[in-house]
Design a protein around this ligand. Structure first.
Ligand code: ZN
Ligand code: ZN
Length: 414
């Protein structure tokens, strides 16, 4: 038997005793009670209680609401499993019997599923601890959506206070017919930057523009000119998205405001491209403000960012092979890097390999009704992460536990 086959059989053994109904109840409860970034108190308490009951030594309050459970089980490697816990400011429209009861908050990204998978994997591995040796560390991470959760855990000593990992694993629920496990041996998620721009004009009466410097007009030029960055300054072979998501100025029709603000979102997959776009953004903002005669230079501030998520290629191939053994050859494929972003990669100490993959969750009937011939078209027609209609198939509960548990076992039984 190959190593992958051995790990897959052991995973099936350890997870065969999982109580599906219990996991479903746990998931539905989390789904009913979503909590925003850094406010995951109830979710964290639920996770911590289950880990304690399973025999983990649990530390709560890491970076506010973070949870870390440690199960020391003899000599051997240290494996970290991570699940993020926060929900989004979205009003749920699924009509599910277990829909959110929190006003304007919803688990629209499926992090409730991530916590359930993490819990199921932790319990299965704890129950079967005589089959493996080493240390299992289970991490409930706050605030992936707002960014900052992983960095806050690291700042709160995650990498020093707990056993140093030999490998770190995480997974994300994704649209696509339930039962696929996309793996990418390298870059899997893009870097994201938030850029805030403040332009200073000279305010005055709407009837006397000659006595003002109108930042609204300058903002309009900047928004338009920023469209040339990706189209004219980034090579066709490089990936980049630059979106102006916010534009604010003014309070009244007959007042020329003194200030205008823009909020930009940038996605890139290479440092070289990221630097080039950031330089272009600064140049364009400063240039347009100079051209307009702004009395004070503009402020361009880089705020919360996400790094690239780059899987260790060997580790990813190893885990992909285990997942193929578990679910079938055709269920694992490489879809290439996504423009979405994650802060998962920040958790691993420098030089420690990590692997992150997707678990598709669109119910079969929803997928069958999706319009389009091509996969990309169909994906665009089913509710995806962040949609008020996002509703993963509960059939992915046990498979998601198995993907995570098997990744841990691939190291802990090596
Ligand atoms: Zn999300
Ligand atoms: Zn997410």
């Amino acid at each position: 038997m190959t190593d992958a086959a051995r790990v897959a059989r052991l995973t099936e053994d350890l997870t065969s005793a999982l109580k599906t109904g219990d996991l479903e109840d746990f998931y539905r409860d989390l789904h009913r009670h979503p909590e925003l970034s850094f406010q995951e108190h109830r979710t964290a308490a639920r996770l911590a209680a289950r880990l304690r009951a399973a025999g983990f030594e649990v530390t709560e309050g890491v970076a506010g609401t973070g949870v870390v459970g440690v199960l020391a089980n003899g000599d051997g490697p240290v494996v970290w499993l991570r699940g993020d816990m926060d929900a989004l400011p979205v009003t749920e429209a699924t009509g599910l019997p277990y829909a959110s009861t929190a006003d304007g908050v919803m688990h629209a990204c499926g992090h409730d599923l991530h916590v359930t998978w993490l819990t199921g994997a932790a319990e299965a591995l704890a129950a079967g601890r005589e089959t493996w040796s080493g240390t299992l560390v289970v991490i409930g991470q706050p605030a992936e959506e707002s960014g900052g959760g992983a960095a806050a855990m690291v700042a709160d000593g995650l990498q020093e206070r707990f056993p140093r990992p030999d490998a770190v694993f995480g997974q994300h629920v994704a649209p696509g017919p339930a039962g696929f496990y996309p793996h990418t041996p390298g870059l899997i998620m893009s870097a994201a930057d938030e850029i805030e721009v403040v332009m200073h004009g000279l305010g005055g009466h709407g009837s006397r523009p000659e006595a003002t410097v109108d930042p609204v007009v300058t903002a309009a030029y900047i928004v338009t000119r920023l469209q040339t960055v990706v189209s004219r300054e980034v090579a066709a072979s490089d990936a980049a998205v630059l979106t102006v998501g916010q534009l604010h100025a003014g309070t009244k029709n007959n007042i020329i405001p003194a200030e205008a603000r823009l909020g930009l979102n940038l996605r890139t997959q290479e440092t070289r491209v990221r630097e080039r776009v950031l330089t272009a953004v600064r140049r364009i903002v400063e240039g347009e403000c100079r051209a307009a005669g702004c009395p004070v230079p503009p402020e361009v501030t880089l705020t919360q960012g996400y790094p690239n998520t780059v899987n260790d290629a060997d580790l990813d191939r190893e885990i992909a092979a285990v997942h193929r053994e578990l679910f079938g050859e055709h269920t694992v494929f490489d879809f290439g890097p996504a423009m979405g972003s994650e802060d998962f990669g920040l958790l691993a100490p420098q030089g420690v390999p990590y692997d992150f993959w997707f678990v598709t969750s669109t119910p079969a009937d929803v997928w069958a009704a999706a319009r389009g011939e091509e996969l990309a078209e169909q994906l665009g027609d089913v509710p995806a992460n962040h949609s008020p209609l996002f509703a993963p198939d509960l059939a992915v509960l046990v498979p998601g536990v198995r993907t995570l548990a098997s990744a841990a076992l691939s190291r802990l039984t090596a």
